[in-house]
Design a protein around this ligand. Structure first.
Ligand code: GLU
Length: 470
């Protein structure tokens, strides 16, 4: 999942949107785009590659607008290309940006084609724009159309929408993918990541699953899934500013232990459906390629190696796949005999661990089905050099003894096991159970923190005990 930002203001929003995209670049993406409500039209620019390419186009065209939406894309449906980049439009009237995956895109595509819609991209996301247009034709109301359209979507989405007929407004909806509203001064925002708007907002409202929002520069209106107007608690997101400071904790490791519910939430966000993981969560074509996997070769070092060892039982149990696990530092000094349809999986927090990169390089000379990497840094060499990848979104880990980096790797590995089993159409019940377990993990961790007083007492008692005499 990459980045969404939307803005409505009394000043020009082009630069704000580009800056917002730049602050989400750390999440990794393949293309970027922007749609601006300029005069009575919507003006769109899209570029493959860096946000700076889009910025150059902005300098050339100098669009002026006080409302707009923008996006960085990480392709799940349709290759990275300008045509597949967001925003997607319908009839020059409705423009949308979308993070997530629409699972039932095939039947929706067929239906929309039968209704006479011209579909310009290979994405699941473009269909959302047409679906909203379709319902707007019926009711004449954009909010109603957004409600009707999202009712049909299965999967995960955060969406921001602008409508040619509603100048000065941005509409938004969220289901299983993060989205928040930012309150500014004479301007309001919507974004998938607080960092995108942290410097220009006074406070945030986190949308809940099923919520819709309508924002103008003066007003923020939020509705729940029954279309009832609701107030969501205003929060100050301190985490963005304090990611690399200790806050009130004694040391970083303690802080990072307490961050685990949030970090794991960030790892699973937008990747889980009701009873399964969503398709292609490891990137374009991954779900198809995983159909053929017969073996898995893990390589990693240190903590990441422990993550592979811990996760092995899930691969044996949920996707019935034998696993080999190697120290990355030793792997390239033997001659691994690679059986047909073996997947190569490398794990590293930074994605720059030298031995793991060398192992990945060596693996490329072997006949693997493909390489998956699990890491925390989307811009890393390991992510770049792999066919498919999942970013753990754990945030920076300063403590030397790993906590949240490890547990988020486990969450990613469990999603890999479920994803392979889903592609191979096996163990439906185990997949559903594991998906529920993942969903419940953040709140179970929170519950475990409630044991702190007891644990403190127990450790004190143990510390007081005499050492056994030898
Ligand atoms: N599934 C959409 C696409 O492939 C959205 C990807 C994203 O979240 O960036 O365009």
């Amino acid at each position: 999942m990459c980045g969404i930002i939307g803005a409505t203001s009394s000043r020009s929003v082009g630069k704000i949107l580009i800056k917002g995209l730049q602050s989400m670049e750390y999440r990794g993406y393949d293309s970027a785009g922007i749609a601006l409500h300029q005069k009575e039209q919507i003006f769109r620019l899209r570029a493959l590659g860096k946000v700076s390419n889009l910025e150059e186009m902005m300098v050339e065209h100098k669009p002026k607008a006080k409302t707009g939406i923008a996006h960085t894309r990480w392709a799940t449906h349709g290759k990275p290309s300008e045509d597949n980049a967001h925003p997607h439009g319908s009839n020059d009237e409705i423009y949308i940006v979308h993070n997530g995956i629409i699972e039932n895109h095939e039947p929706i595509r067929t239906r929309l084609k039968n209704e006479g819609y011209q579909i310009a991209s290979q994405t699941d996301s473009e269909l959302i724009a047409h679906l909203i247009h379709f319902y707007k034709q019926k009711s004449g109301k954009i909010t109603q159309a957004l409600i009707e359209a999202t009712k049909e979507l299965k999967g995960a989405y955060s969406i921001a929408v602008i409508d040619k007929d509603k100048k000065g407004k941005v509409f938004a909806a969220r289901q299983k993918s993060p989205l928040l509203i930012g309150r500014g001064i004479e301007e309001n925002f919507v974004a998938s990541d607080p960092l995108a708007i942290a410097n220009i907002t006074e406070g945030f409202y986190l949308l809940e699953d099923g919520d819709f929002a309508e924002i103008s520069k003066e007003k923020i209106r939020i509705f729940d899934e029954t279309s009832k107007a609701v107030q969501r608690k205003e929060t100050l997101i301190a985490a963005t500013a304090t990611a690399t400071t200790r806050g009130g904790y004694k040391h970083f490791m303690e802080k990072e232990i307490y961050e685990q519910p949030e970090s794991i939430g960030n790892t699973i966000n937008g990747r889980l459906g009701e009873n399964d993981v969503l398709d292609n969560i490891f990137g374009l074509g991954s779900s198809d390629a995983f159909k053929d996997i017969k073996r898995i070769q893990f390589v990693a070092c240190g903590t990441s190696l422990h993550a592979a060892k811990t996760a092995r039982k899930w691969f044996e149990d949920i996707c019935e796949t034998p696993c080999y696990i190697d120290f990355a530092s030793e792997y390239r000094y033997r001659n691994p005999l690679v059986e047909e349809n073996t997947l190569f999986v490398s794990i590293s927090q930074s994605g720059e661990t030298a031995d793991t990169l060398a192992a990945l390089e060596y693996a490329k000379s072997k006949d693997y089905l493909g390489a998956v990497s699990i890491c925390n840094v989307p811009t890393s060499t390991m992510a770049r050099d792999s066919d498919w990848k999942m970013f753990t979104n754990a945030g920076p880990e300063i403590g030397v003894a790993s906590t949240k980096a490890f547990t988020t790797q486990l969450a990613a590995l469990l999603m890999l096991a479920i994803s392979i089993a889903k592609s191979q159409n096996i163990n439906k019940e185990k997949r559903a159970e594991a998906t529920q377990d993942l969903r419940n993990t953040p709140s179970l961790l929170q519950e475990a923190f409630g044991l702190k007083a007891d644990i403190d007492q127990i450790t004190e008692n143990i510390a007081k005990k005499d050492k056994p005499s030898t």
